[in-house]
Design a protein around this ligand. Structure first.
Ligand SMILES: C[S@@+](CC[C@H](N)C(=O)[O-])C[C@H]1O[C@@H](n2cnc3c(N)ncnc32)[C@H](O)[C@@H]1O
Length: 301
């Protein structure tokens, strides 16, 4: 992928080589990778962009009843911005908010849209006047929020007829011919075995696709859609990078140290390469990741 050509993208290059020099290089770069800002950069690189169909779904739900101008939208828990920019073509002003300064710094660095701005802010107190937004989105983030406080703020800042959209995506399914199921099992092992116990409470909500009743928006007029997905062609090194962006992995690293975390990633990548059975290097070996999305939208009366 073109967007892989940054400074950190070579982190795992050569990591399947057995000579000592390569191993040392991996470890040094892995140390850098784990810094807060570097983690935000990894996030930007390895996380999926929501499919256009999902944005279209939000807009059509809004426009089915709201006929005013699309003046402003906000993306709460915006991370490094990829869930924010998708709103830019449709609203005069878009604001991405995140509680993490490192994520906002990364988003500002990458921002090319002059109608999009980013601010550090928690979801529980939104920096907007009452009745000023047509749409509020939150992608793969609201399971971390204090939902009653967030909903109260949503209700305050949405215009009548405005829409709140809570969405997320399940762990990606690796697709590579007949070994797809085996690859999925290896990803599951990192989640269910190696990083088990290192995830916050919110992760279960994602695994359950926000089916817990607490995710039903405060409004009676709401819909749910589980049909959206996006496919991403990535290299095996990208897949390893994606695993390293998991909060469960980052917690594992914080408790067990960089060496243990690096070893886990190394082992993961070796297993993937072994199942693929190809002679190419991990960075030159492509597979597809399918991310399935779920979305719940509510309309303010
Ligand atoms: C899994 S990331 C999702 C980022 C982005 N929306 C995406 O899908 O790529 C979750 C984000 O929520 C942010 N977050 C967690 N709790 C928050 C809160 N209470 N208020 C605002 N942001 C929060 C985190 O800092 C993180 O950037």
């Amino acid at each position: 992928m073109a967007e892989q050509e940054g400074e950190n993208c070579r982190i795992w290059v050569h990591c399947n080589k057995k000579n000592g020099q390569s191993q040392r290089r991996i470890f040094t770069m892995a140390n850098r990778f784990f810094e807060g800002a570097a983690h935000a950069a990894a996030y930007a690189r390895f996380r999926p962009h929501p499919p256009q169909s999902l944005i279209d779904n939000i807009l059509s739900f809004l426009k089915s009843k709201y006929t005013g101008a699309l003046a402003a939208a906000a993306d709460v828990g915006c991370g490094s911005g990829q869930t924010t920019w998708i709103l830019a073509p449709h609203f005069n002003n878009v604001t991405g908010l995140d509680i993490s300064e490192a994520q906002i710094t990364e988003a500002i660095k990458k921002n090319k849209a002059n109608n999009v701005s980013f601010k550090v802010s928690g979801a529980e107190k939104l920096p907007f006047p009452s009745q000023s937004l047509q749409v509020i989105t939150t992608g793969q983030a609201c399971h971390w929020f204090d939902l009653p406080k967030f909903y109260a703020e949503v209700d305050r800042v949405l215009v009548p007829g405005g829409v709140v959209a809570l969405y997320g995506y399940l762990f990606p399914l690796p697709i590579f011919g007949e070994v797809s199921d085996q690859l999925a099992e290896i990803v599951n092992d990192v989640y269910n075995k190696e990083t088990k116990g290192y995830w916050g409470d919110g992760r279960q909500d994602v695994d359950e696709a926000y089916t817990d009743p607490k995710f039903i928006p405060l409004y009676q007029d709401f819909i749910r859609n589980d049909s959206h997905y996006t496919d991403r062609d990535v290299s095996v090194t990208d897949l390893t990078g994606y695993i390293s962006s998991w909060s469960g992995f980052q917690n594992y690293r914080a408790q067990n140290g960089d060496k243990a975390a690096s070893d886990m990633l190394q082992n993961f990548q070796n297993r993937i390469m072994s199942v693929l059975g190809v002679s190419t290097a991990p960075e030159d070996t492509q597979l597809t990741l399918r991310y399935k999305y779920f979305i719940i939208m509510g309309r303010k009366p």
